[in-house]
Design a protein around this ligand. Structure first.
Ligand SMILES: [Mg+2]
Length: 244
C-alpha cells in the first residue's frame, strides 16, 4: 500500500452498470422478449429493435436513462410497430417486463468484490452512475459493495460539465482522479477532457447509443483492462510511473 501523500489518485471512481454489475444483458433480454410478444402482430425483431432504439434516443432529453424510461419506450415502440393494434393485455405484458427489470438479482462482474475491497484499503472510492435513482440505490444495496464507497453520485447524464461539477463539489483535483467504466462516450471521453485519467473496460454487449471511438490524443491518461481483476495492479503501475 502506498503512503498517504505519495498517491497519484485521490479518488478512484467507478461506473456501475456493466462495470461493477451486469446490466445491458437485462435490457437485451427484455428487448428479445418484446420482439417475441410482437411477433404474432407480424412485426419482425429487427423492426422492433430499430423502432425501440429510435424512440429511446428521442425520449432521452425528457426521460433520461434507466429501466423506467426504457419501459415507456417499449410501450411506445409496441404501439408504433403494430400501428396501434396491440391489445391492452399485451401492453400489460410489456409493463410487467419493464417492472421485472427493477427487481432482478444484482450479479457482480468477475473479480468485482475483491478488487473493490482491495482498492478501498488504499483509496477513496466513488460511484458515478446514471439511471433511475431508486433502481441504482436498490442495486447498490443488493450488491453488498456499499461499505466500500465513500461517495455515490447518480446523475442524469455523464457530460464533461457533470464530471467537472462532481469534482468541484468534492474538492478533487482532476489530475488526481481516475474513472473506470465500460462506455467510452460516458465514462472515458468526458473524464479525459477534464485532464483526469480513465480506464476502459469493455463489456460484451453495449447499447448502440453509448458506442464511441476510443480516444487517441490523450493516450497517456487512457488505459484498458479486460476484467476488474487487472485493476489493482494497473492502479499501482500508474501511480508508480506517474509520481515522483
Ligand atoms: Mg456502464
Amino acid at each position: 500500500m502506498h503512503k498517504e501523500g505519495k498517491m497519484l489518485f485521490e479518488t478512484i471512481a467507478f461506473d456501475a452498470d456493466d462495470t461493477l454489475w451486469h446490466s445491458e444483458s437485462h435490457y437485451q433480454d427484455a428487448q428479445a422478449a418484446l420482439a417475441e410478444l410482437l411477433a404474432p402482430y407480424g412485426v419482425d425483431a429487427e423492426t422492433v429493435q430499430d423502432a425501440l432504439y429510435h424512440i429511446e434516443v428521442a425520449n432521452l432529453p425528457t426521460l433520461g436513462y434507466g429501466a423506467k424510461a426504457f419501459t415507456l419506450s417499449m410501450i411506445e415502440a409496441s404501439i408504433e410497430t403494430t400501428s396501434g393494434r396491440i391489445r391492452a393485455a399485451d401492453i400489460q405484458q410489456v409493463i410487467r417486463l419493464g417492472k421485472s427489470m427493477l427487481s432482478h438479482d444484482v450479479q457482480l462482474l468477475d473479480h468485482c468484490h475483491e478488487t473493490v475491497a482491495r482498492l478501498a484499503q488504499s483509496h477513496a472510492l466513488m460511484i458515478i452512475t446514471k439511471g433511475d435513482l431508486m433502481d441504482q440505490e436498490r442495486k447498490l444495496a443488493a450488491s453488498g459493495l456499499g461499505q466500500y464507497f465513500q461517495r455515490v453520485e447518480v446523475v442524469s447524464d455523464k457530460s464533461t460539465e457533470v464530471y467537472s461539477a462532481i469534482l468541484k463539489k468534492h474538492g478533487i483535483a482532476p489530475e488526481r482522479f481516475v474513472m473506470i467504466g465500460n462506455s467510452i462516450r460516458s465514462d472515458i471521453l468526458p473524464v479525459l477532457d477534464l485532464g483526469s485519467w480513465a480506464v476502459y473496460m469493455p463489456y460484451h454487449v453495449i447499447w448502440a447509443h453509448e458506442v464511441a471511438e476510443v480516444p487517441v490524443e490523450t493516450q497517456e491518461r487512457f488505459f484498458e483492462i479486460d476484467h476488474l481483476g487487472q485493476l489493482p495492479e494497473l492502479v499501482e503501475r500508474m501511480e508508480n510511473e506517474h509520481i515522483s
